[in-house]
Write a protein that binds this ligand. Structure first.
Ligand SMILES: Nc1ncnc2c1ncn2[C@@H]1O[C@H](COP(=O)(O)OP(=O)(O)OP(=O)(O)O)[C@@H](O)[C@H]1O
Ligand SMILES: [Mg+2]
Length: 369
């Protein structure tokens, strides 16, 4: 702005032209919640022309109980900008859209705010989720094969080794013990893969996720997370999850275990968090239906973060950066969450990694007292 050349450029350009050129939908909302400005990207996004929108209440575009409307109120209240990364907007004409939202106060002294939307590549994300499910299915098929071709013969081998052990000298006994230990290890691995096998339709009921998390924290701090700080940050009013308790325990244990394996041993911190998020919806593939996923359960850690070269394949089976890792933990998480109709995602940077599950709430009538 200071340089002359820039001043003259700005003199020549109408600020509106900049807004018009922006590919992101931008809306300005005045202090009475009326639409004061929309750029062409916003007109396109909402499939409505500026002349029909200007001066009309925001509610013609977005329901009053939508996340964006809530963000607008929050920004006015707090006087600072807020971003939300995963919002589903139910546009009245253009249907549901998945976006990241930035809402900022305008420095005009009044309570006007500017909202900008960024479409997320949710389709890609969904594809990835479906990809995880397919991957889980191939793990299940492989587990069945291994159970048949490996586990059964192994139990024969183990039995034979135990027989030999009875008449073996001390030196040979070390060998037979080795055979037994190694067969046990392989059987345990095949059993772990068997978790992916489909045991018929999953029976779901109203599950108190805080009890699940407490249980996970208890198991973790008695074992693999001993000495680490586990912080609970619960929304006490969270409704129950429509889910399968034991599978949820298993999935969350895997997330907490991963966190425990990467945090600094002397000041490791793992945070278990729950919150209610309105407006997160997901289309059910193959049907017109959409599910609401308002329950967010997250596991955060202060470890070094997910290594960037793994990030895109993290939920695939057998992807691991650990010398003794099987790469099965996160694919199991993806499978469990997928079976719940939910979504798992993560954000990671050095010192702050968080894995989030978005899950459906149980119906009122299914709730336990
Ligand atoms: N909280 C985390 N911080 C950093 N990296 C992580 C985190 N969670 C998972 N990862 C990365 O994702 C990889 C895959 O995790 P996953 O749980 O599927 O397998 P694993 O932990 O390596 O092995 P397994 O769980 O089968 O013992 C890990 O090896 C690690 O590189
Ligand atoms: Mg793991």
């Amino acid at each position: 702005m200071k340089k002359n050349s820039e001043t003259s450029l700005l003199d020549r350009i109408d600020p509106a032209a900049i807004l018009n050129a922006l590919p992101a939908p931008v809306i300005v909302i005045d202090e009475r919640d009326a639409i004061a400005l929309v750029n062409p990207a916003a007109e396109q996004f909402f499939d409505s022309g500026a002349n029909t929108l200007l001066g009309r209440p925001l509610s013609v575009l977005l329901p009053a109980d939508s996340t964006v409307a809530a963000l607008v109120r929050q920004v006015r209240g707090e006087g600072r900008s807020i971003s939300e990364s995963a919002v589903t907007i139910d546009t009245l004409r253009a249907g549901p859209r998945h976006v990241a939202v930035d809402v900022a106060p305008l420095s005009d002294g009044a309570a006007s705010v500017v909202v900008s939307l960024h479409e997320r590549a949710i389709a890609r994300k969904l594809d990835r989720q479906l990809g995880h499910r397919n991957a889980a299915r191939s793990v299940a098929a492989m587990a069945a094969l291994l159970a048949h071709e490996v586990k059964n013969p192994l139990s024969g081998i183990r039995g034979a080794a135990q027989l030999l052990e009875q008449n073996a000298g001390e030196e040979d006994r070390a060998m037979t013990r080795l055979i037994c230990e190694e067969t046990d290890r392989i059987v345990a691995l095949v059993d772990r893969m068997n978790l992916f096998a489909d045991g018929g339709p999953m029976v779901r009921r109203a599950v108190n996720i805080h009890q699940v998390l407490d249980r996970v924290a208890e198991v973790a701090s008695a074992g693999f997370a001993k000495g680490l700080q586990i912080v609970k940050n619960y929304d006490p009013s969270l409704p129950p999850v429509d889910g399968h308790r034991d599978l949820l325990v298993q999935a969350l244990l895997n997330l907490v275990k991963n966190a425990a394996e990467v945090v600094p041993p002397n000041h490791g911190r793992i945070e278990l968090m729950t919150r209610y998020r309105q407006g997160v919806r997901l289309a059910v593939p193959g049907s017109g239906a959409r599910v609401e996923l308002p329950l967010e359960i997250s596991v955060g850690d202060n470890g070094p973060g997910v290594s960037p070269d793994l990030a895109s394949r993290l939920f695939e089976p057998f992807v691991s950066s650990k010398s003794d890792g099987r790469g099965l933990g996160l694919s199991l998480v993806a499978k469990v969450v997928g079976d719940h109709g939910g979504v798992v995602e993560f954000d990671s940077e050095p010192g702050a990694t968080v894995f989030r599950l978005m899950l459906p709430a149980a119906d009122e009538e299914d709730r336990e007292p």
